[in-house]
Design a protein around this ligand. Structure first.
Ligand code: ADP
Ligand code: MG
Length: 240
C-alpha cells in the first residue's frame, strides 16, 4: 500500500533524508525511532507532500499511484493524514469548527467513539491549540487525524511531552486506527508509547537521514532503550 523507494529529501539545498526505502502493507504499524535531527519529521513531511521540503530523489507509491510529485491536498484526498510534531496554535479558529468540517467531509459515523477515546470534548469550545497543554495538543491533533478516516496515518511523536494519562489515551487511539485497518507510521524519539501498542510490525532506526537498521520490535526496542541509538545499532549488528 505504501512503497517508498530510495527517497531523498532536501531542505534549502541540503540533503536531510538520504535514500530511505520503506514498505508498509494495509493495517500495519511501523515505528521509526532515531535521535533528534535525524530527519524523522522531514521524512513524514515528504510523505505528506508538505511544501517546506523538496523531494530530490526516489519515489513514493501509494496504493499503486505514484504520488512523488503530488501536492499535499491530493495526497490527503487519497487518504494520507499527518499529525504534526508541533501543531501551530491558531487564534480565532475554534477547534469545534474544524471538527465539524471534518465530520461533514468524512461522514465518519464513529466520531463520538473517537472523541471519547481521546477525551477531547472539553477542548471543543477553545481556539485551536491555543494554550493547550502538551497532552491536550497531541490528543486534539490525533483526533483531527482520526476524523479524516485515513488509509495511512503519519504520526510524528504522538508521545512526546505528554503525561501518563494522555499517553494511555493516545495509545488507545493508535490501536483504534490499526483495528480499522489503517496503516500507521509512528515516529517516536522517546519510545514511551511502544509498550502500550498491541502489535508493531517493524521498527526502523533512522540516524543521519538514513534508515540504518530495521527489524521486529522485540529485537530492536530493548537494544535501543538499553544502549541508545548508535551503540544499540552496533550491538544489534553484532548479533545482539
Ligand atoms: P527529527 O524529526 O528527526 O528530529 P528533523 O526532520 O526535524 O529531525 O530535522 C532533520 C534536520 O533537518 C535537522 O538537522 C534540522 O536542523 C534540519 N532542518 C529541518 N527543517 C529545516 C529548515 N526549515 N531549514 C534548515 N534545516 C532544517
Ligand atoms: Mg521531529
Amino acid at each position: 500500500m505504501l512503497m517508498v523507494r530510495d527517497l531523498s529529501v532536501c531542505i534549502e539545498g541540503k540533503v536531510i533524508v538520504d535514500g530511505v526505502s520503506l514498505e508498509a502493507k494495509e493495517g500495519e504499524l511501523h515505528v521509526i525511532m532515531g535521535p533528534n535531527g535525524s530527519g524523522k519529521s522531514t521524512l513524514l513531511s515528504a510523505l505528506m507532500g508538505l511544501s517546506r521540503v523538496r523531494i530530490c530523489g526516489g519515489s513514493i507509491v501509494f496504493n499503486g499511484v505514484d504520488i512523488t510529485d503530488k501536492p499535499s491536498y491530493e495526497r490527503a484526498k487519497l487518504g494520507i493524514a499527518l499529525a504534526h510534531q508541533n501543531p501551530p496554535s491558531i487564534k480565532g479558529v475554534k477547534f469545534s469548527e474544524v471538527v465539524k468540517n471534518l465530520i461533514r467531509k468524512c461522514g465518519c459515523s464513529d466520531s463520538t467513539v473517537m472523541s471519547k477515546i481521546l477525551r477531547v470534548d472539553e477542548l471543543l469550545s477553545r481556539d485551536l491549540f491555543v494554550g493547550f497543554s502538551g497532552g491536550e495538543r497531541k490528543r486534539a491533533e490525533l483526533y483531527l487525524v482520526l476524523l479524516q478516516n485515513p488509509k495511512l496515518a503519519l504520526l510524528d511523536e504522538p508521545d512526546s511531552g505528554v503525561d501518563v494519562e494522555s499517553l494511555d489515551l493516545i495509545a488507545s487511539a493508535v490501536r483504534y486506527l490499526i483495528k480499522k485497518s489503517t496503516t500507521v507510521i509512528l515516529v517516536t524519539h522517546s519510545g514511551s508509547i511502544l509498550n502500550k501498542l498491541s502489535r508493531i510490525d517493524q521498527v526502523h532506526v533512522m540516524i543521519g537521514g538514513k534508515i540504518v537498521y530495521r527489524d521486529l520490535p522485540d529485537k530492536v526496542i530493548p537494544a535501543i532503550l538499553k544502549y541508545g541509538f548508535k551503540k544499540g545499532v552496533e550491538v544489534l549488528r553484532d548479533g545482539g
